[in-house]
Design a protein. Structure first.
Length: 1012
């Protein structure tokens, strides 16, 4: 027969020796339950000498050292760092008219839920608040009660029998109480399961009919079941609990025959299903039993809540799983109490329920700080260095990783990217088998088509239709599909961007002024750009990406976002020119307005051929074209028959502009509302998640339906329906020789230098933004491979005379946002966890294939109003802008200090320094915007490079600690400081570096927990 480790209250054999009671006063005072019980409760809050931070001890306490040793042993093992989730249930013994029964009164996963008075509903999840006295009482219970660790049992009945055996052997239980206690513990528990209103109504109606049957079966069902019941297996609450969860059962109550408390803490060797003991059918790992004399039920209840709260703490839970004896558990309680925050009783109402916070401190961070602080053989330097090199970096240096390590060989980085991405290639296709990908395809397709039409139209205006809408469609389809198939980051969406459009306009003007063939000149520039790009790939120039800190990324992202917002609003305002608003309309003059169709001149009328106008056949009677009957014609028929319109209301256009703005703003607001619907309180979780995933498509469909129902002639999406070049003077291939002088082939390298700077900065900054650590990408990046694909596409698009393509920041961010994965099982009160991005190649590939086929989808696409698509453009710009810290700091400029949000960097950086940092970013953004919009746009690529230089200069303006919170430390600066530190080996430098490391860790925790 296998026995558990029986731990009595005497001295334990442990590597650290005897554990002394750190709080002896607490135990003595907890036993005083006479007339002075209330005074005793208040006086039991004593200074506990067990805590390692006590001012009365000169060294680390044995309890703290024991916990540190246990956790270090666990870290050194091969076990997973995270323990299974614990579902904790508190059941209390009630004396009812039908006798004693166990009733579930509360439950925990991360936060507490209690059964409200009346027993018909669960409370909202809330943070547990405890009395400090209950923790001291619990500590005494652990010190004096039965502790059975690694108990082997297969049923609750067997567990109870072994507990009783242990208590009888240790003379802690009188034999005559054995059967009574066993009977009480084996009573069948009553669980509180949430039922729908319909089920509750049915149960109320059937209750009288079934009362006799229930009474006849009550005796048979009075004992606990050995197997889970149907109610447990079908409990909907189980959907909120992660797979692999274990259970901790807490049973507290009072028994009249007991003279002193009966206490047992049990940890099972293997988690076991204990029949219907728990609300949900998960295996149990821990049990805590407390039965005591009458008149103290409130104290028992509070001790049970204290046990549950301790077990929700990740650090104590790991101690409980690894504890080898009573002293380890007591040490875990002491460490828990060391981090308690006490509220004064007169300043806080204990009945107030604290709502769960949106961000919780990371247990891994707590553990690492704990191990560093209490490490008995280290001064902290090693852990500090590990923190700096391992996980100390927050936002900006997440990309200084394996993807950017220089190999020192030609194309070494490219080969490593291919080797890294090849094992994931097959999964990039079957990982797309999810309905969320279908939503992303529709959303990004409409955004891509709109973008292609917009930039194609602007390219046509800038180049005399040498590149138009059809060329934009074909180039987008081929370049995007090629990139999605072979790139390192297939979630990137390629597009012709604003800076590229500016260069195309300047290049065409230059070619026209000097009588050069534009397409041939452009071909040679593209070939030189591709050549320079291949050189950058061969020399692993993507290594320079590590110098793109948050300052550079946010500046570029904000610029592109503002371009999207500005263009969307500009397009809407331009509707006033085509659909003028009748500002001077006077309702009193309505009788003066008229419009009639007048008969054409005889020469024009003789040319009429009624076969050309089938609309005339729509008249019920044959059309009499006598002069008096021309007024019967519609406006369209009048024009077709050669007549002319006369009257002051003939040019009247309904309020198409106002309707367009309603569609524009309505689509934008509807997209925002439906996207946030996922976190609302209405409707079931599955429906809310589905609406959130399809929010953009639903918004488009809703306002397309509104537009169709009202019937106003709003501007619609126009897609080319013929497959031929926009300009008939050009073909599909550009010949490299003959049209321009020979020296142009070499001179093209000069503008190509500006283009390669633009392409490199645009592509790599977007790649850095998309590969941020907070997106939790699992398949790695491919900076070298991405740029290699873009360089090859420069050759193809230049030869075909198609637009040049590079990563589109805003649309790519929208693509990533539409593929976010969140946890489907969330503990009550817990925010859904961001799990990462659905990394695959299918959504982008299908989007670009559909873009190429859009020529054949023109009959369907023509029903989509352009204002609706402009609303989606506005949504993408605002969404991308709201995802950066720069936007938060802009809002701080308009807020009084007392109303500012509790951003983590405001706790450590003076507000004046924060505003100065923001003003510098605003100034850089304004300069970039001015350069982009003027004749100086040719130097725009150089100004993007200047952002890195400006960021370097800022290191002489801001202290290093401030830049850690607001931006990132440049890698060169960090490397030099580490070399100096290692050379000098001064304690002060070690301390400063550790402070910065902790800042980086704190900031990473804040961003990872609150922005994911």
């Amino acid at each position: 027969m296998t026995k558990a480790r029986n731990v009595d209250s005497r001295e334990e054999h442990h590597p650290l020796g005897k554990i002394e009671d750190p709080c002896p006063h607490a135990e003595r005072m907890s036993n005083n339950h006479g007339a002075n019980q209330e005074t005793s409760s208040r006086n039991s809050v004593v200074i506990c000498q067990a805590v390692g931070r006590s001012i009365f001890t000169s060294s680390i306490s044995s309890a703290a050292e024991r916990v540190s040793l246990m956790l270090k042993q666990e870290e050194g093992g091969n076990e997973e760092a995270s323990s299974p989730v614990l579902f904790i249930q508190l059941s209390e013994l009630f004396n009812t008219l039908e006798g004693l029964e166990w009733r579930q009164t509360a439950r925990w996963i991360k936060f507490e839920e209690k059964v409200e008075d009346g027993g018909e509903r669960w409370s909202k999840p809330h943070v547990t608040t405890l009395s400090l006295h209950s923790l001291f009482e619990l500590r005494t219970c652990i010190r004096k009660g039965a502790i059975l660790l690694d108990l082997e049992a297969q049923s609750f009945k067997e567990i109870v029998e072994k507990i009783m055996e242990n208590q009888i052997e240790n003379h802690a239980l009188r034999p005559e109480h054995l059967n009574k206690l066993t009977h009480i513990l084996l009573l069948r528990p009553q669980h509180h399961t949430t039922k729908s209103q319909l089920m509750m109504l049915v149960a109320m109606c059937l209750a009288p009919c079934c009362s006799d049957k229930v009474n006849s079966c009550s005796d048979a069902k009075n004992e606990i079941s050995e197997i889970p019941l149907k109610e447990q297996l079908k409990n909907n609450f189980k959907k909120k609990i992660p797979a692999g969860t274990e259970v901790a059962n807490i049973l507290v109550g009072e028994a009249s025959f007991l003279e002193k408390p009966f206490i047992a803490f049990v940890r099972l060797q293997q988690s076991v299903l204990l029949g219907n003991l728990t609300e949900v059918a998960f295996p149990s790992r821990f049990l805590f039993i407390l039965l005591g004399p009458r008149a103290k039920m409130k104290a028992y209840h509070e001790i049970g809540r204290a046990v549950a709260t301790l077990l929700t703490d990740e650090l104590f839970q790991r101690v409980a799983r690894k504890a080898s004896g009573r002293g380890d558990l007591i040490a875990g309680i002491d460490e828990f109490m060391d981090e308690l925050t006490v509220l004064p009783p007169g300043k806080w109402d204990p009945t107030t329920r604290i709502a769960p916070p949106k961000c919780l401190p990371s247990p891994q961070k707590r553990l690492s700080l704990h191990l560093r602080e209490w490490s008995p053989h280290s001064n902290g330097n090693k852990s500090m260095m590990d923190d700096r090199h391992g996980h100390g970096h927050g936002h900006g240096h997440q990309h200084v990783s394996e993807e950017l390590k220089r190999t020192g060989r030609l194309f070494g980085g490219l080969l490593k990217d291919i080797q890294r991405k090849a094992p994931w290639y097959c999964s990039d296709f079957y990982d797309a088998l999810n309905i969320q990908c279908f939503s992303a395809i529709l959303y990004i397709y409409l955004a891509t088509v709109t973008n292609a039409i917009t930039f194609g139209g602007m390219l046509g205006d800038a180049t005399d239709n040498m590149q138009g809408v059809l060329e934009s469609f074909l180039g987008t389809a081929f370049a995007g599909a090629f990139f999605c198939l072979f790139s390192g980051q297939p979630l990137t969406i390629l597009s012709s961007t604003g800076p590229v459009l500016v260069f195309e306009r300047l290049l065409f003007s230059f070619s026209k002024d000097y009588n050069l063939d534009y397409l041939e000149f452009r071909l040679w520039i593209g070939l030189w750009v591709a050549f320079f790009g291949l050189i950058l790939v061969a020399t692993e120039a993507s290594y320079l990406v590590q110098y793109f800190t948050r300052f550079t990324e946010e500046g570029f992202c904000a610029l592109i976002s503002f371009i999207f917002i500005y263009d969307a609003i500009k397009k809407m305002l331009s509707l006033v020119e085509h659909y003028p608003v009748n500002w001077d309309y006077k309702i009193n003059d309505v009788t003066l307005y008229s419009c009639t169709c007048q008969m054409p001149e005889a020469g024009n009328f003789s040319l009429l051929n009624t076969t050309l106008f089938p609309t005339i056949s729509s008249f019920e009677e044959p059309l009499d074209l006598e002069p008096g009957n021309w007024s019967l014609l519609t406006k369209k028929q009048c024009v077709q028959l050669g007549g002319h319109l006369a009257g002051n209301s003939c040019s009247f256009v309904p309020d198409v502009t106002f309707m367009s703005f309603i569609l524009f703003l309505g689509t934008f607001l509807c997209s925002l509302i439906l996207k946030n619907f996922k976190s609302s309180r209405y409707f079931p979780t599955t429906l809310r998640r589905l609406v959130g995933d399809f929010s953009i498509i639903l918004a488009i469909l809703i306002f397309c339906g509104i537009d169709a129902a009202l019937g106003l002639d709003t501007p619609k999406l126009i897609v080319p329906s013929e497959f031929k070049p926009t300009n008939p003077t050009r073909g599909w291939l550009v010949f490299p020789f003959g049209a321009n002088p020979w020296w142009i082939y070499l001179a093209s390298s000069v503008p190509a230098i500006l283009v390669i700077i633009l392409i490199f900065m645009d592509q790599q900054i977007t790649a850095v933004i998309l590969n941020r650590k907070e997106y939790k990408l699992q398949k790695g990046a491919g900076f070298h491979l991405d740029f290699f694909c873009v360089s090859l596409l420069m050759i193809f698009t230049s030869i075909m005379g198609l637009p040049w393509y590079v990563s589109a920041t805003v649309i790519s961010l929208a693509h990533m946002d539409s593929l976010k994965k969140e946890s489907t099982t969330c503990a009550p009160g817990e925010q859904p966890k961001f799990l990462g991005i659905r990394e695959q190649r299918v959504t982008g590939l299908v989007v670009f294939i559909l873009t190429g086929l859009s020529v054949f989808l023109a009959p369907v696409l023509k029903f989509i109003p352009m204002p609706v698509l402009y609303g989606i453009f506005l949504y993408m710009g605002v969404s991308a802008l709201s995802s950066i810290q720069f936007t938060d700091r802009l809002q701080l400029l308009l807020m009084p200090a007392k109303h500012q949000p509790d951003f983590i960097y405001l706790r450590h950086v003076p507000l004046r320094q924060v505003h100065l940092f923001t003003f510098i970013q605003i100034l850089c953004l304004a300069v970039l915007w001015i350069i982009k919009s003027t004749a100086a746009a040719i130097i725009f690529p150089v100004m993007l490079l200047a952002l890195v230089g400006i960021r370097k200069v800022m290191e002489y303006i801001f202290p290093r600690q401030y830049l850690v919170w607001l931006d990132d430390i440049m890698p060169e600066k960090e490397r030099k400081e580490e070399e100096e530190k290692l050379k000098r080996k001064q304690d002060q430098d070690d301390s400063d570096s550790e402070d910065v490391s902790m800042i980086l860790g704190d900031r990473e925790e804040w961003e990872g927990g609150c922005t994911g």
